[in-house]
Design a protein around this ligand. Sequence first.
Ligand code: LIP
Length: 269
Amino acid sequence: MSDEVAARLALAEALAREAGAMALRMRDDLGPVESKSPIDFCTAADHAVEAMIRARIAAAFGDAVIGEEEGGEAADSVWVVDPIDGTANFIHGGPRWCISLAWMRRGRVELGVIYQPREGRLFSARRGQGAFLNGARLSVSHLAHGAAPLVEMGWSERRPLASFTEALHRLTEQRFEFRRHGSGALGLADVAAGLNDAYAELHINAWDVLAGLLLVREAGGVVNDFLANDGLTRGNPVLAATPEIAPRLSALLGIPLPEPVEMAGSETP
Ligand code: LIP
C-alpha cells in the first residue's frame, strides 16, 4: 500500500504555504470583519482560505474536512483545519497568526502542520517520526533555561473570565510565568520548539489544537487526551507541557493527564 500519510503530509505542507500566501494577500484589503461574539471575529480571508483548502483536499484525496468556518463531520479519514488561527491578531495586523492542519485516520492524529506566514515558520510532524521547524528537529524545553517556567494560557468566552483569572492567580502563586497571545496553535507549536514550557486553555476547539498537540508529543512533551468525550466536535480543555512540570500543571489547572505519562513516539490517541 502506498504511504498515504507521506502523501498527505506533503500536501499539508504545500497547502499551508499556499494558504499563508493567500491570507497575506487578502490582509491588504481585509474588508468588513464578521462578529461571532463581542470578542470573536472572522474575515473574508478565513472563509476564502478554508474554501481553498477544502477544494485542494477534495481534489487530491476526497477526504472529509472539519473546519472552523464551515464545520464538518468526523470520518475514518478526516482533516481538521483552522484556516487562520489567531484571527484577532490577523485583523489587528500583528504577526501571531497561522494556518493549522491535522489529518486523522480512524480516530488517531497521523500528521500536523502549522505555518506562521509573517515569520516564515513551518512546523511539521508525522506520528512517531518527530517534530520539525523548517526541517530542524524540535525538542520541548526540559526547563533547560533555568528560569521560571513560562506557561501560555489561552482564553475565550466559552469559559467565564473568572476561571481564567483564577488560573493565572494559581500559576503566579506557584511561581510560573504566564502569557496570553491569542493563537492556541502557535502557543502549542512554541511548546514543541521549547519557547513555551506549557500551553493550557480551559476550553478550546479541535481545529486550534490537533496539529499542535502532535507537535508537542513528537518533541518529547506531555499532552492531555484532548479527543476524550467527543473532543473532536465539542472541544475540550487542553494542556501540553515539558514533562518536568506536566503533573504540577495538571493538578493546578484540573486538567487530567493520561496514565502512564507517555513520551514522544509512542501511541498517539
Ligand atoms: C483562537 C484560539 C485561541 C483562543 C482564542 C481564539 P481563532 O482561535 O486559537 O486559543 O484563546 O480565543 O479562539 O478564533 O483565532 O481561530
